[in-house]
Write a protein that binds this ligand. Structure first.
Ligand SMILES: Nc1ncnc2c1ncn2[C@@H]1O[C@H](COP(=O)(O)OP(=O)(O)OP(=O)(O)O)[C@@H](O)[C@H]1O
Ligand SMILES: [Mg+2]
Length: 250
C-alpha cells in the first residue's frame, strides 16, 4: 500500500529528525511504531499524512491506492469545545460536502455507534470523560472512511483500564473494517497487543532499526495480556529498544 524510501527530515532550525527511514506497509496491516522520545515518530506520521514534506526520500503508494484516504488521530482529542459530539464528528464531512445530507447523518450516527457514543451525540466535549473524548476523536477520523489511519499516541493520557478497553474496541473496529493502521506508542505492551508488526526506531535522527512480526493470531482476546508468550515477547521488544539507546553498551 505504502512504500517509504529513505525518508529524511531536517527542520529549518537544523534539527535532523529523521535519517533515511525506510519501510513498507501492506494493505490491512496494523503496524506500531515505537522509539525513544524525540526520535521523529510524530514527524514521520505528519510526513505520511502529507502535513509535512520530507527533505529527501520518497513515499510511493501502490497504483490501486492512488487516492489514499488518510485519517489522523492526535494525542490530544482536539475537539471543538463549542460543538457537540455529533457536530465534531460531522466536521470532516462538512468540510467536504457542506451541510450534512441524510446520508451524512446516517454515516455519523453509524460511526458514533461504532465507538459507543450514540447516547452522547448531543453532549459537549467538557461533559465527556477523557476516554469518551478520545472515542469521539476516533469517530471523527473514521467518518470519511479512511484507507489508512494514523494514530499518534492516542491513549497515552488515559488510565490503564480505559486504555485497555479502547485498545480492544479499536481492534474490533479494525478487524471489521480493515483499514490500515500506523500506531505510535511508548507502550510496548500496547504495541504488542494491537499490531501485527512492531517497528522500532533509533534515537534521533530516527530510522527503523528493527521490524518485528508479532506472533499472535487475531482476534486477540484480553486474556492475551496474561499469556507468558505475550509477556516474553514484550520483554524481547523492550530489549531490542533498550540496545538502541545511548549508553546501552556502557
Ligand atoms: N516543526 C519543528 N521544527 C523544528 N524542530 C522540530 C519540529 N517538529 C519536531 N521537531 C524536532 O524534531 C525531533 C523529532 O520530533 P518528534 O515530535 O517527531 O518526535 P517524537 O518521536 O514524536 O517524540 P515523542 O515521543 O516525545 O512524541 C525533535 O527533536 C523535535 O524537537
Ligand atoms: Mg510525538
Amino acid at each position: 500500500m505504502l512504500n517509504l524510501k529513505g525518508i529524511t527530515k531536517t527542520f529549518d532550525s537544523g534539527t535532523e529528525a529523521l535519517s533515511a527511514t525506510t519501510f513498507t506497509l501492506s494493505d490491512g496491516e496494523f503496524v506500531s511504531l515505537v522509539g525513544p522520545s524525540g526520535c521523529g515518530k510524530s514527524t514521520l506520521l505528519r510526513i505520511v499524512a502529507g502535513l509535512s514534506q520530507p527533505s529527501a526520500g520518497e513515499i510511493a503508494t501502490s497504483s490501486e491506492m492512488e487516492d489514499l484516504r488518510i485519517g489522523f488521530v492526535f494525542q490530544e482529542p482536539t475537539l471543538m469545545p463549542w460543538s457537540t459530539v455529533f457536530e465534531n464528528v460531522a466536521l470532516p464531512l462538512q468540510l467536504v460536502n457542506g451541510s450534512p445530507n441524510t446520508d451524512d447523518v446516517d454515516r455519523i450516527t453509524t460511526v458514533l455507534q461504532w465507538v459507543g457514543l450514540e447516547e452522547f451525540q448531543n453532549a459537549y466535549p467538557r461533559e465527556l470523560s477523557g476516554g469518551m473524548r478520545m472515542r469521539a476523536s476516533i469517530a471523527r477520523s473514521l467518518v470519511l472512511q479512511p484507507d489508512l489511519l494514523l494514530l499518534d499516541e492516542p491513549f497515552a493520557a488515559l488510565d490503564e483500564f480505559t486504555r485497555a478497553q479502547l485498545n480492544e474496541d479499536l481492534l474490533h473496529l479494525w478487524e471489521e473494517q480493515k483499514w490500515t493502521a500506523i500506531f505510535v506508542t511508548h507502550s510496548i505492551r500496547e504495541a504488542a497487543f494491537l499490531s501485527n508488526r512492531v517497528l522500532v526506531m533509533s534515537p534521533r535522527p530516527g530510522r527503523v532499526i528493527a521490524d518485528i512480526a508479532v506472533p499472535f493470531k487475531y482476534p486477540r482476546q484480553p486474556s492475551l495480556r496474561n499469556d507468558h508468550a505475550y509477556t516474553d515477547f514484550c520483554a524481547s521488544v523492550s530489549q531490542r529498544l533498550a540496545t538502541s539507546l545511548p549508553g546501552a553498551n556502557q
